[in-house]
Design a binder for this molecule. Structure first.
Ligand code: BTN
Length: 264
């Protein structure tokens, strides 16, 4: 990858020194274990990239962007807002892809970034206690230049190149992503999730008003209609009996797609 950082500071978005790894297991793992000031770790190849809910994240070298950033102290959300961080990160990624590729991404709760109904990027937020302090890591995987996908993903995944019919410079995208993440993290820290963030997220909600299946962490399923995200970031789903469920964890699939979704 070409140099992505601002040449005058060597930092992305004026904040994160960039650590470029040719190969690593998972950039999230490297960031969780990183000993030093907050950095942005980007890998040309991950051998054990991970996704939400224990899934894997695959990407062939040269096709995707895989990076993790450590949230610096001055962008740390208040504790009460930490659970909303993954929604905010998905929003930042969607906005950055829009800017660079001239498209309009949607988001499937909590943070799958979609183009044309297919997943173009995913976000995995992880945390660890280090030296008695909470460290938050935002991991982002974007399909940038992929022209095809393994059969298991082919119907549900896309890339910026396929969806926007445009070659995008990964280094440029990385810079815009870092700036977008910094902006939305500052927004979360200063004003919280309600207001601008929730409004912007709602405007991209891919499942609003649609029939979906919520697969709970215990494997149980609830079928219902999505009623949007609540003030606290939970997804509201009304089942056939009229009961309203607040979805905090697990996964949701559009009812039409359910049964075809088994990966990140
Ligand atoms: C998902 O959609 O399930 C989340 C995927 C997140 C993948 C990224 S790639 C960079 C970072 N390192 C990882 O191991 N995972 C995240």
């Amino acid at each position: 990858m070409k140099r992505a950082a601002d040449a005058s500071t060597g930092k992305l978005a004026g904040r994160w020194p960039v650590v470029l790894l040719r190969e690593t297991d998972s950039t999230n793992q490297r960031a969780l274990e990183w000993d030093g000031e907050p950095v942005l770790i980007v890998a040309e190849r991950q051998t054990a990239g991970r996704g939400r809910l224990g899934r894997s994240w695959h990407g062939r070298p040269g096709e995707g962007l895989a990076f993790s950033l450590i949230v610096p102290d001055d962008l740390m959300p208040p504790l009460a807002e930490v659970s909303r961080l993954s929604l905010v990160a998905g929003l930042a990624v969607a906005e950055a892809i829009d800017r660079v590729a001239g498209v309009r991404c949607a988001i499937k709760w909590p943070n799958d970034v979609l183009l044309g109904g297919r997943k173009v990027a995913g976000v995995l937020v992880e945390s660890v206690m280090r030296g008695g302090r909470l460290r938050l890591v935002i991991g982002v995987g974007v399909n940038v230049a992929n022209r095809d996908f393994p059969p298991a993903l082919a119907k549900r995944a896309t890339s910026v190149a396929l969806a926007a019919k445009k070659e995008v410079d990964p280094a440029l995208l990385l810079g815009v992503l870092a700036a977008s993440l910094a902006r939305w993290l500052a927004q979360l820290r200063c004003e919280g999730f309600l207001g601008r963030i929730r409004d912007a997220w709602r405007a991209r909600d891919a499942v609003l008003g649609k029939e979906l299946v919520w697969v709970r962490p215990d494997g149980g399923k609830v079928v219902g209609r999505a009623e949007g995200i609540a003030a606290d970031g939970q997804l509201l789903v009304r089942d056939g009996r009229g009961n309203l469920h607040a979805v905090l964890s697990g996964d949701v699939h559009l009812a039409a797609d359910h049964g075809r979704e088994n990966e990140a």
